[in-house]
Design a protein around this ligand. Sequence first.
Ligand code: ADP
Ligand code: MG
Length: 578
Amino acid sequence: MGRVLIYLRPYWKWMALAWLFMLTELIIELWQPLLMGKIIDDGVMKQDVAAIFTWGAVMLGASLLAFASGIANSFAAAYVGQEYGFALRTALFAKIQSFSLARIEQLAPASLITRMTNDVTQVQNMLFMSLRIALRAPLLVVFGVAMAFVVHARLALVLAVAVPLSAAFLLWVVQRAAASFSAVQRALDRVNGVMRENLAGMRLIKAWMRKEYEEERFAAANNALMERTMGVLRLIETITPVLLVLMNTAILALLFFGRLDVESGTASAGQVVAVVNYATRATAALSMFTFITMAFSRARASAARLAELLEVPEERSGEHRADEPIVRRGEIRFEHVSFRYPDSELDALSDVSFVIHAQETAAILGATGSGKSTLLQLIPRLYEPGAGRVLIDGIDVREFSVEQLRMYVRFVPQEVLLFSGTVADNLRFGKMTATMEEIVQAARDAQIHETITRFPDGYDALIGQKGVNLSGGQKQRLSIARALVGQPRILLLDDSTSALDAETEAKLLAALRRYACTTVIVTQKVSTAMAADTILLLEDGRLIAQGSHEQLLAASELYRRIVATQEGKKGSIDVTTA
Ligand code: ADP
Ligand code: MG
């Protein structure tokens, strides 16, 4: 809880103000039954109309003041709540940005979304509650009972029994509810998870007519959420009836004993009315505990989940040093590199060693799952090797700052992702200061310039939804152009030319050769690999051969088989069929 509440610090003045208004409201409310007693004893009983009017006017004025304080309090509470929610979401977002890929995979994106939205709202609600009623309600109960003792101690004894009983019951419910609310939040995570997957895979689901199956899957998650929530609500719903029975019995007892006392002359009618009035106010305050309990139990579960995120230590990112190395030539060297994904039993790469000289083009060939994407991602340190070293220009990649590394080593992932915005915005993604000339040059080299000029708005065309729709090959070329903006020293293409026809691909590769950068291309096509200076052949996470096309033909049985299956078919036959 503390980890989450430190973001409240800047708002303590507003919180103090909110509580001040709340106290004003409270004091007036505690005074009201006394006034009422006075009107009865001095006015009604003595048939003094002037006294009734005087005290009535005082009561009305006090009520108005209480009303104004209440509104002011709501205002301050809402202000703090919203500002705090903003600060908390900002902090969480920044934190998530700092996470490594491995960490994000561990946390599951669906759960991150629930945390950023629902959990923050819960904590925000609790904050609003605590500024508005969470403190007022218990104070009203305690001081209401105390005032009742001041008015008539013997009658107030009834409350001294009923109120602690009610409080004990409340405490018992709160403790049981808190645990259940964590379960509700987890169920909500699962609903979000199914929803997210469903939306991402909509095309596939429709094409494969998996609608029913998906509906069942969603119904299961949705049902679990409903049942969990209902379980907690049932528990919470017992509060009000139990409370009302306890407190109304107490009020009945008050009226009964009160009548006896009035008859025997040990209490005035006004005193009985005042004590009963304190009892009804205490009852109302106690029934507020239902909401307070809900808000607090949920918020406690939510705060714990947020703290879990906030407590993750900052992952080491480029702390700048004066003697920081710079990526100059772009030579890539792997020394006995092994790597395993966080929750995997098998090495994705084992004992891989090779050199790709500066400004060479290297092709990586291998079956699906042989570790090609993994190998690429180790170069810009998206993941860190478990054993061995990855070196650029002879320097361990861990020595470079992340900024330096990601500026000069451009990785084009296998799945193309373009952001909403214009074509130019997307191309400027890696270098915000890029000029239009640089952007156009990159687009030309990636063989996409012609296509862009045919869009209605050219480089200002919007992508997706309300703008142009791009084919797979166009998206691939756009994402390559994006990587070329900013003159990288190392370019890593993860199967980024798979959707291109042979001619466009050849032009693109020729254009890339003009760049003074080391290029590593993951590919399934022997024809693409043949154009490279060196070919790395991967199988099950091991580098089984490296060399030119001729060298590999002579040296590797696997390579000969791959070539044989693609011979004459000049296309993209998956090497898994080899
Ligand atoms: P390729 O790109 O050659 O198809 P990858 O490098 O993607 O192969 O995968 C190599 C191995 O690592 C595969 O066995 C794959 O299942 C596993 N793998 C890939 N990505 C992850 C991940 N994020 N978490 C766990 N295992 C993974
Ligand atoms: Mg891959």
